[in-house]
Design a protein around this ligand. Structure first.
Ligand code: G3P
Ligand code: MG
Length: 229
């Protein structure tokens, strides 16, 4: 089962910062997950709409100029990274899950992400683009059919894999609270990979491994590494 560091190794380092991603790889995570906003000036790596929880700033991320965002302390003196900054931390072959929290123009998003991926020499098959907004995923897939997508869900729908099949997604990424053995079986029968968020407890890690889950998003990749060894 793959260990994906959720917002980087975010139990130890400030979430969605270069420190958290570098630490994730030092702890031998198989990959990283991070959250992104399509800001007017860059694709910015950040979880919340607002700046207050994780930085010394305030107000809305999307209404703050990039130069000003770059002045903020995102914890431990870290700055808010852009997509390019994060891609530069990736070792060869590491899985890179870009979660889309905000998209306003799919054409420019695809153009910018493709360019960043090429410039960082990232193998396209190590990418997974995910979102809770399946319309955005459909728009991205329409413009970039080769890229793998992951349908995020916090729901165990009656037709559990319908959204992922409709999107031709590679995976379904489901909340720990609702995943169970039946769901995993159904998704795997449909040919989907199954990732589960956010898994920080050893008992859950072992249970999910037994169910045959593809990978977990965890804030504690060091613990996961030890438990799953
Ligand atoms: O991608 C899995 C997980 O990150 C989704 O929820 O809120 O932590 O971005 P959230
Ligand atoms: Mg996320």
């Amino acid at each position: 089962m793959l260990i994906i560091a959720h917002r980087g190794a975010s139990a130890t380092a400030p979430e969605n910062t270069l420190q958290a991603f570098t630490l994730a790889f030092a702890l031998q995570s198989d990959g990283i997950e991070f959250d992104t906003y399509q800001h007017d000036e860059a694709i910015v790596v950040f979880h919340d709409k607002t700046l207050g929880r994780t930085t010394n700033g305030s107000g809305l991320l999307l209404q703050t100029p990039l130069a000003q965002l770059k002045q903020l302390d995102a914890g431990d003196g870290e700055t808010i990274p852009t997509l390019e900054d994060v891609l530069a931390t990736l070792p060869v072959g590491a899985l890179c899950n870009i979660e889309v929290k905000h998209l306003h123009n799919a054409e420019s998003w695809v153009r910018d992400v493709k360019r960043a991926v090429e410039e960082a020499n990232i193998e396209p098959d190590t990418l997974l683009i995910s979102s809770f907004n399946h319309h955005w995923l459909a728009a991205i897939s329409g413009l970039w059919p080769e890229v793998a997508t992951g349908a995020l869900t916090a729901t165990y729908a009656l037709d559990a894999t319908h959204c992922a099949r409709q999107l031709k997604a590679k995976s379904i990424n489901i909340a720990l609270d609702i995943v169970n053995q039946d769901f995993v079986n159904e998704a795997k029968l449909a040919g989907l990979d199954v990732y589960v968020y956010t898994v920080d407890e050893p008992e859950d890690m072992l249970q999910l491994k037994q169910w045959g889950v593809t990978g977990i998003f965890t804030n504690v990749p060091d613990i996961a590494k030890g438990v799953l060894a």
